[in-house]
Design a protein around this ligand. Sequence first.
Ligand SMILES: Cc1cc2nc3c(=O)[nH]c(=O)nc-3n(C[C@H](O)[C@H](O)[C@H](O)COP(=O)(O)OP(=O)(O)OC[C@H]3O[C@@H](n4cnc5c(N)ncnc54)[C@H](O)[C@@H]3O)c2cc1C
Length: 638
Amino acid sequence: MIELQSKVPTGPIELKWDKHRFEMKLVNPANKRKHTILMVGSGLGGASAAASLSELGYNVKCFCFQDSPRRAHSIAAQGGINAAKNYRNDGDSIYRLFYDTVKGGDFRSREANVYRLAQISVEIIDQCVAQGVPFAREYGGLLANRSFGGAQVSRTFYARGQTGQQLLLGAYQQMEKEIARGGVTMYPRTEMLDLIVIDGRARGIVTRDMVTGKISSHLGDAVVLGTGGYGNVFYLSTNAKGSNATAIWRAYKRGAAFANPCFTQIHPTCIPVSGDYQSKLTLMSESLRNDGRVWVPKQAGDRRPPSQIADGERDYYLERKYPSFGNLAPRDIASRAAKEVCDEGRGVGESGLGVYLDFADAISRLGMQTIRERYGNLFEMYQRITDENPYEAPMRIYPAVHYTMGGLWVDYNLMSTIPGLHVIGEANFSDHGANRLGASALMQGLADGYFVLPATIGDYLASSKLPKVDTDHPDCRRVEADVAAYTRRLLDIRGKRTVDSFHRELGKIMWDYCGMARNSTGLKKALSLIPGLRAEFWRNVNVPGSDAELNQALEKAGRVADFLELGELICLDALHREESCGGHFREEFQTDEGEALRDDEHFAYVAAWEYKGPDRTPELHKESLEFEYVHLAQRSYK
Ligand SMILES: Cc1cc2nc3c(=O)[nH]c(=O)nc-3n(C[C@H](O)[C@H](O)[C@H](O)COP(=O)(O)OP(=O)(O)OC[C@H]3O[C@@H](n4cnc5c(N)ncnc54)[C@H](O)[C@@H]3O)c2cc1C
């Protein structure tokens, strides 16, 4: 039976983290090398943690499924990373970043974690600058900032439209240094397929070598998952094609609670879907909304090209509805507003599922060169994909699945409900409540990896009895056998449908019934469809090839099998939460103006689900959320 203990330290919010760091137990420097930590994932969360833990003296084994840590999905992050540096002197502060994040998440996050994140944000930038991350600078040399949604200050640090790439290269260099020193052993092309829990503690993982197919166990004193988000459960998303839920899902099935699975972020500015055979969606960074203006024709059914629609015939609906935040309204709000105008028949492009993001005003005000400097690579990407020139005609954009706020439940120390299993980055449910603000994922991943985990994991190691275990341990052998049997089972089906066809069908169910808007009837329908699809998968999927070779169909099959289970949990969570908050918009619960209507009396909690076995309904546990510093209020960006 799971018990949710958030372990939030007592005392004033601004002192909690310092006090906690003082009170936590330390591992003596000479003893650190006696501990092995298994780090699964080498994105911004994983690479920063692996490098920092190794620099502290721990032995780190780091795993990723790509051929190089540099290919982690974090490399794709475009727009920037938030930090409360107040370089612009525009009224920013740690408190304001904390406030904006709690409000942006629609009051469904844990205050103490968010405050710590805002405090650490300042240190992240210094750390990255010291590593040589080439953030954009002002003429005088100071680091430049731009604005992101849900904030009225400019606190986003960026490296053109390639911030994730530059940050990841920084973290990767640190990790490479440690690999060369011998502190980190890197296992690329190695997929974690299960968690080994011995005497109630996470002590290891079972992996498959994706080139040879060899299944092995790796043991250590603690396991850390930095395995990213699960947005690909929707099939079409802005995530890298390989991003998946397998590591966290299999840990869930071994006892880690899964928190707020239905909190999904649908990003307002992506290139619209263009056809049935598309397998990937492309983000157009939120940073573009600093200068781009969003509009649709005032008249439904107006199919004229944008250049022929005069200013007075356009509806700049975000500026009209949210004058204080305008085009930089938070993502959940901007996405719903786009859906609303398209539902009214005012959408643009062939499908009618699109709105304009127009740079004409910015180009005439700032000049082509400035726009090129700020967003050149994004404009080029847009042009290559759509064959339209955004310097000359407005971009067409539409919301798409982008980020998952849900994930494995963690306490203040980033430890899951399985002692020893820590979860960082997008894989945990952490700090963003029901809606993440733009540029805050990179901040959270690096806060977790560079600063929080290296401090808290020591406390776990110093205060736990961790007898030596080896791979002959029966629990280890049992999990290895489970993995081998599961793999065999997938290969033995030899059915008629491709893995992708199941994934696509699941994605459509998820998007239609649990996407930007949800209601009880639709969610029940999804809950009736998914088990049938899952049963068919196990009867009729075709996984060609063998398990003793590179076999991408086999890799995908395992991931899709997990998505087919996770999708059901997402819908169950969405159905039980009879309120709207952030990205979770239940059509039955909205204000007169169509905004999300929370029910704080009944739902001001984190929903953490406990696995109860196959074909059994998971058990809901609640961590109630107290708001001492930011008072619960209806969000307003007007
Ligand atoms: C297109 C795009 C642009 C974005 N832009 C921004 C932005 O500008 N600012 C911002 O703050 N956020 C942005 N985000 C969000 C942000 O990029 C992610 O939330 C963040 O990078 C996730 O980092 P991570 O370390 O948690 O996971 P990832 O970077 O996804 O890394 C996951 C790691 O886990 C490994 N892994 C996963 N499963 C297994 C397994 N079973 N076995 C072994 N290894 C495994 C992978 O190999 C990889 O190394 C963007 C997201 C997208 C999709």
